[in-house]
Design a protein around this ligand. Structure first.
Ligand SMILES: *Cc1c(COP(=O)(O)O)cnc(C)c1O
Length: 426
């Protein structure tokens, strides 16, 4: 078993004799064959090989293999965005009439996907407080529930998920636990080690790390026993008419889940990552193990500074000893959590806005988790449509500042915060 640092640099692309040392961009939509029989076998999923980039591409596959190795899974795939990854991860095992249980502390885009768009497809969702007891979470399950969903560290509220608790509830009900592991990345947490079955990512964030390419990924641990719950998962355990009656669990074993997501969802919905984006993502992954500790060290310094500042009303950062998630973070994220810190000012919403406008180094952008320090006020930006009451329900306080600490010098970042807080002293 190679260590994560080595996997970041070396996993995925395995060149043969005389092949490029560096993963090339296979900027080709299509791939050549010598006989029509060879091509036909690919369409029947009887042979492995490339034929059309919507379904598979060598650049994308090498990068998916690297992320799969980092998470410790058996199979993985890239998608065009994190949104597509979470949609495919759920839709691969849910259809009209089915039900999903999800933590209420999740990314706003995922919340809308589940609460609004999936509902239109006939898939209903019950949101649960991730800090509720096992019995309270279990009470949300129904006979038609097909999955439990949560985020390792929620964006933007920074709740740390008790993955083992969630996995126990999911498995008691014969369904997989799907965990969005975007914020910690596999450098800081590998949810499979705690019982999660499927992991998703917005690779747009730390994995790319440079804010240059949108992308997503799904990784399967290969451990969920689909066939033991065959009645719940007919899509995986009974013949697929669109592939000549092939049954994914029989044909692909522990890789059935990803095989189906590729063969059906990518074929029919087409949210494929471009090879160019996958190439850029791979460059980001090569330094992920160097960047994450730096993000965490800088974020801790910022969080400590903020928690001592008399204009700061509250700070959330699970690496701070007093944080309400410190104990869970020590268990699941012993090497650090992520670079995102949230806080509010004593002056409330107005003071938060004045502060953000006064920053010079930290830029106001709709992004998070990249090399450059950036900032956002969810109540005015990503969550703008919500009333103060709805904001509080989503755990987003109206004064919440989402501060994404980059990999610059921590003293410079803190000096910027200091000068932005100064004009507010009456
Ligand atoms: C950004 C984000 C997403 C959505 O990813 P996109 O790449 O923007 O589509 C999903 N989950 C989390 C936790 C995120 O931060």
């Amino acid at each position: 078993m190679l260590s994560p640092e080595t996997l970041c640099v070396q996993a995925g692309w395995k060149p043969g004799k005389g092949e490029p040392r560096v993963l090339p961009v296979y900027q080709s939509t299509t791939f050549k064959y010598d006989t029509s029989e060879q091509m036909a076998r690919l369409f029947d999923l009887e042979d492995e090989g490339y034929f059309y980039t919507r379904l598979q591409n060598p650049t994308c596959d090498a990068v998916a293999a690297k992320i799969t190795a980092l998470e410790g899974g058996v199979a993985g795939m890239l998608t065009s965005s994190g949104q597509a990854a979470n949609f495919y991860a759920v839709f691969n095992i849910c259809q009209a009439g089915d039900h999903l249980v999800s933590s209420s502390c999740i990314y706003g885009g995922t919340y809308n996907l589940f609460a609004v768009t999936m509902k239109k497809l006939g898939i209903s969702v019950t949101f649960v407080d991730p800090d509720a007891s096992e019995d309270e979470i279990a009470a949300a399950f129904r006979p038609e529930t097909k999955a439990l969903f949560g985020e390792t560290i929620s964006n933007p509220t920074l709740e740390v998920l008790d993955i083992e608790k969630f996995a126990r509830v999911a498995h008691r009900h014969g369904v997989p636990l799907i965990v969005d592991n975007t914020f910690p990345t596999p450098i800081n947490c590998r949810p499979f080690e705690w019982g999660a079955d499927i992991v998703t990512h917005s690779t747009t964030k730390y994995m790319d790390g440079h804010a240059v390419s949108l992308g997503g990924a799904i990784v399967d641990s290969g451990r969920f026993p689909w066939t033991e719950h065959a009645d719940k998962f007919p899509g995986l355990c009974t013949p697929d008419e669109s592939y000549h009656g092939l049954t994914y669990t029989e044909a692909f074993g522990e890789k059935a889940y990803i095989a189906k997501a590729n063969a059906q969802l990518m074929r029919d919905l087409g949210s494929a990552q471009s090879p160019q984006n996958a190439f850029l993502l791979n460059l980001g992954l090569e330094t992920l193990h160097l960047r994450m500790p730096r993000h965490c060290a800088n974020a801790l310094a910022v969080a400590e500074y903020l928690s001592r500042h008399d204009q700061v009303a509250w700070v959330n950062y699970s690496d701070l000893p007093g944080d309400r998630y410190h104990a869970l973070a020590q268990k699941y994220l012993p090497n650090g959590s992520c670079g995102v810190v949230t806080f509010g000012l004593r002056g409330g919403r107005e003071a938060s806005l004045r502060f953000i406008d006064s920053l010079r180094l930290a830029a106001i952008v709709t992004h998070v988790a990249d090399a450059r320090t950036c900032v956002l006020h969810p109540a005015s930006h990503t969550h703008r449509q919500m009333t103060d009451e709805q904001l509080l329900q989503a755990g987003v306080r109206p004064d919440l500042i989402r501060f994404s600490v980059g990999i610059e010098n921590a003293d410079d970042i803190i000096a910027d915060i200091e000068q932005a807080l100064k004009p507010q002293i009456p």
